[in-house]
Design a protein around this ligand. Structure first.
Ligand SMILES: NC(=O)c1ccc[n+]([C@@H]2O[C@H](COP(=O)([O-])OP(=O)(O)OC[C@H]3O[C@@H](n4cnc5c(N)ncnc54)[C@H](OP(=O)(O)O)[C@@H]3O)[C@@H](O)[C@H]2O)c1
Length: 279
């Protein structure tokens, strides 16, 4: 199949390339090849290419900056998704798009099923919810894949931030009252391939590593598995104010697909693969 991957230089894009490069004709575009927020460019370039599948891993992902850069976040995460959905419909391509736990308010202690209604509490979440709505309005052949707390080899993420802080500090404070499911981008990419091969029906899918934790639990596990001796102090959200409010309980409940491995196992693999932990 001819597969166009957008945002291939990003954290998830990088893993998608590795996952799909065998057995498919891949076309890899990032900001240098296309600006997905320009309608004419998107329609012209993608329809000329005419892929079977368009996988959109391009996004505006700066959650705190989005509070001040609302227009840009809406353009890239909202309107651009509408342009991609439109061209995919024109050329009859399957459209695969990624979304986030941040489309929910995080008030629900039990987590969120695929059909739960949106109530984003920050600009990034609002812009991603707009992108999803565009797809519902336009597309008939699509997968919207919501994921959370991504970590991977090719991008800024919590694991890398913790490992950097471990070199600079003797003790750190980490929020212990926000809960979610850390997800290894490589595991997610592998599930995306399975989903494509399964030819499941169009709709929303929740794909994360299994089980949940707080950011504090996640940090403690990172240091434990990397054999780093660092004091981690649990703190409350109010003690670590950020421009964008975060959902408290953002567990994505998956009712459609087999569960992925636990986040601790995925983290262990990541640390081994990046040379931070011996086998
Ligand atoms: N990271 C997470 O924790 C997380 C959690 C839940 C869901 N997600 C979703 O998962 C997907 C992938 O996230 P990620 O963390 O892998 O993203 P990422 O590392 O930030 O990569 C996004 C890529 O998109 C490119 N891009 C941005 N604006 C563009 C535009 N207008 N035209 C073309 N390319 C553009 C970026 O280029 P520049 O670097 O030049 O801007 C970058 O290469 C996104 O949809 C995100 O919302 C992520």
């Amino acid at each position: 199949m001819k597969i166009l991957i957008l945002g291939y230089k990003g954290m998830l894009g990088h893993e998608l390339v590795k996952e799909f490069e065998n057995g498919h004709e891949l076309i890899l575009w990032d900001r240098d090849q296309i600006d997905i927020s320009r309608k004419e460019e998107v329609i012209e370039k993608v329809s000329k290419l005419c892929p079977d599948i368009v996988i959109n891993a391009a996004a505006y992902t700066a959650v705190d900056e989005a509070e001040h850069n609302k227009n840009l976040a809406y353009k890239v995460n909202g309107c651009a998704v509408g342009f991609l959905a439109t061209v995919c419909k024109e050329i009859d391509a399957l459209f695969i798009h990624f979304s986030t736990d941040y489309v929910f308010d995080g008030e629900n202690h039990n987590g969120y099923k695929e059909n739960h209604s949106y109530n984003p509490i920050n600009m990034y979440g609002k812009s991603k919810a707009l992108g999803e709505k565009m797809i519902f309005d336009i597309s008939s052949k699509y997968y919207i894949i919501r994921t959370s707390w991504l970590f991977g080899k090719n991008g800024k993420n919590f694991v890398e931030t913790m490992l950097r802080l471990a070199k600079e500090k003797k003790d750190i404070r980490v929020v212990n009252d926000q809960f979610g499911s850390p997800t290894y981008a490589k595991d997610l990419a592998s599930e995306v391939r399975k989903l494509v091969e399964s030819q499941n029906q169009s709709g929303i899918y929740h794909i994360t590593n299994s089980e949940t934790c707080s950011w504090y639990d996640f940090a403690v596990k990172i240091f434990e598995l990397s054999n780093l001796n660092l004091k981690v102090k649990p703190i409350k959200t109010e003690e670590f104010p950020t421009p964008a409010k975060r959902p408290i309980y953002s567990m994505l409940i998956n009712t459609k697909l087999p569960p992925m491995r636990k986040w601790e196992e995925a983290l262990k693999s990541y640390l081994i693969e990046t040379g931070r932990r011996k086998l």
